[in-house]
Design a protein around this ligand. Structure first.
Ligand SMILES: NC(=O)c1ccc[n+]([C@@H]2O[C@H](COP(=O)([O-])OP(=O)(O)OC[C@H]3O[C@@H](n4cnc5c(N)ncnc54)[C@H](OP(=O)(O)O)[C@@H]3O)[C@@H](O)[C@H]2O)c1
Length: 328
C-alpha cells in the first residue's frame, strides 16, 4: 500500500495547535496489529477541543485526531478478524495518544475493535459513536443503582448535544420521564420529539447553589459539570443517582457533604474511553435494541473530511444540534 492518503494532522508551534489536512503514507501511522480503511468517523466534543486546540486533550504531537472510527479491515494479525470485516472502535486514547479516525486509513489495536452489528452500517454506528455509548453507560449506571421510572423525573443536561440527545432517547424508550435542560429553548419541539416530557432553560442552574435544595430529580445525566452539577447535586431526591461524564462548565466542583449523607445520593463517574470490552459489548447490544435510527436521522449532519475543522468550531461555539458524521 504505497499510495498516499488524506488525514487530519495536528502539530504544535509555540504552544498553538495547527490542524492541517495532509497526505501521508501507511508507514507514517503508529504501530498496531490492524489496518482499517476508514469509512466513517464522527466529531465529538473532545475532537473539537483537539482540532481547535481549545483544551490540552492531545497528549502527544503530532497527532491524527478522531476518537471514533468505523471501517473495513484491510489487514490484521488477529485471526478473529478477516479482511473485509466491518468494524468500529471508540476511545482507547485514539486522537489523544494514538493516531485516530479522521484519516482515510488507521492502524490500531484489534483489542479495541467490535464488529459492526448486522442491523447497522458503518455510518449508523458512527451516528451513535462515543456520544451514544456514553449516554448508554450513564443509563446503565442509573439502572444498576436501582432507579426506576416510578421514582420521578430524570434531568438530562446539554440536551441538544451528542450525549444529551442519546440520553433522552434511551431514557424515554425505557419509560422514564425525561426533563431536557438546554440553552436553546427554541428547540423545545425537537427535544419533545426525541422523547423529553418537558424542557427547562439551563439558566435555572446558574447562581450559587444551596447546601440542599428542593428534592426535584430522581436521577440525572449531566454533561456540563461545574456550577450546573453543583445545583443538580443539591436538588437530587433521597437515594437519587447522578451519572456525570462531562465538564463543559469546568473541572472544579463546588459542593458539600449534606446531599450525600442526608439524602444518600450517589455520583457516578462515567468513562467510555477505556470501558472494558464486555461492558462495551453489552452497551452496544442495548443500543441496537433501543436506538431508532429513523429518529436520529434528523439530528445527524453528514460532512466530508474537508469540513472537519469548520464543524469543530461550531461545536465549540455550541451552535450545532446532534452529531456530525464524517464520510471518509
Ligand atoms: N466521560 C466520557 O467518557 C465522555 C464521553 C463523551 C463525552 N464526554 C463529555 O461530555 C460532554 C458533552 O459531550 P457531547 O459530545 O455531548 O458534546 P456536545 O455535542 O458539544 O454537546 C454539549 C452540549 O452542552 C451544551 N453546552 C455547550 N457549551 C455550553 C456551555 N458553555 N454552557 C452550558 N451548556 C453548554 C449544549 O447543549 P444546549 O445548547 O442544549 O444547552 C451542547 O450541545 C463533553 O464535556 C465531553 O467531553 C465525556
Amino acid at each position: 500500500m504505497d499510495n498516499k492518503f488524506r488525514a487530519w494532522y495536528l502539530s504544535q508551534e509555540d504552544k498553538l495547535t495547527i490542524a492541517k489536512l495532509k497526505k501521508i503514507n501507511i508507514k507514517d501511522l503508529m504501530p498496531a496489529d490492524t489496518i482499517i480503511k476508514v469509512v466513517s468517523s464522527g466529531i465529538n466534543y473532545k475532537d473539537s477541543l483537539a482540532l481547535t486546540g481549545k483544551a490540552p486533550v492531545v497528549r502527544k504531537f503530532p497527532m491524527i485526531p478522531g476518537i471514533d472510527l468505523a471501517g473495513i479491515i484491510e489487514d490484521s494479525n488477529n485471526p478473529f478478524f478477516k479482511r473485509g470485516d466491518s468494524v468500529f472502535a471508540t476511545g482507547h486514547g485514539m486522537g489523544e495518544l494514538h493516531y485516530g479516525g479522521l484519516s482515510e486509513y488507521a492502524r490500531i489495536e484489534s483489542e479495541w475493535l467490535l464488529k459492526v452489528p448486522k442491523q447497522f452500517s458503518c455510518n449508523d454506528v458512527m451516528s451513535i459513536g462515543t456520544a451514544g455509548l456514553t449516554a448508554m453507560l450513564c443509563v446503565i449506571g442509573i439502572e444498576e443503582s436501582g432507579i426506576t421510572p416510578d421514582m420521578g423525573e430524570i434531568v438530562v443536561t446539554g440536551a441538544t448535544g451528542g450525549v444529551g440527545t442519546f440520553a433522552i432517547m434511551i431514557l424515554s424508550k425505557l419509560g422514564f420521564s425525561v426533563v431536557a435542560s438546554t440553552r436553546k429553548i427554541y428547540e423545545e419541539k425537537h427535544l419533545i420529539g426525541l422523547g423529553a416530557e418537558r424542557i427547562i432553560n439551563s439558566e435555572v442552574f446558574n447562581g450559587t447553589p444551596r447546601l440542599v435544595d428542593k428534592e426535584t430529580w430522581a436521577s440525572a445525566v449531566d454533561v456540563i459539570g461545574g456550577g450546573t452539577l453543583s445545583h443538580i447535586i443539591a436538588q437530587t431526591a433521597r437515594g437519587g443517582v447522578i451519572s456525570v461524564c462531562g465538564q463543559i462548565q469546568g473541572i472544579n466542583l463546588n459542593t458539600n457533604m449534606a446531599p450525600f449523607i442526608l439524602r444518600g445520593i450517589k455520583l457516578l463517574g462515567i468513562d467510555s474511553a477505556y470501558c472494558k470490552k464486555e461492558k462495551r459489548e453489552y452497551a452496544w447490544g442495548r443500543l441496537v435494541e433501543l436506538i431508532d435510527l429513523n429518529l436520529i436521522k434528523p439530528v445527524i449532519t453528514d460532512i466530508s473530511i474537508d469540513e472537519v475543522l469548520l464543524a469543530s468550531n461550531k461545536i465549540i461555539e455550541g451552535k450545532h444540534k446532534g452529531r456530525y458524521i464524517v464520510n471518509i
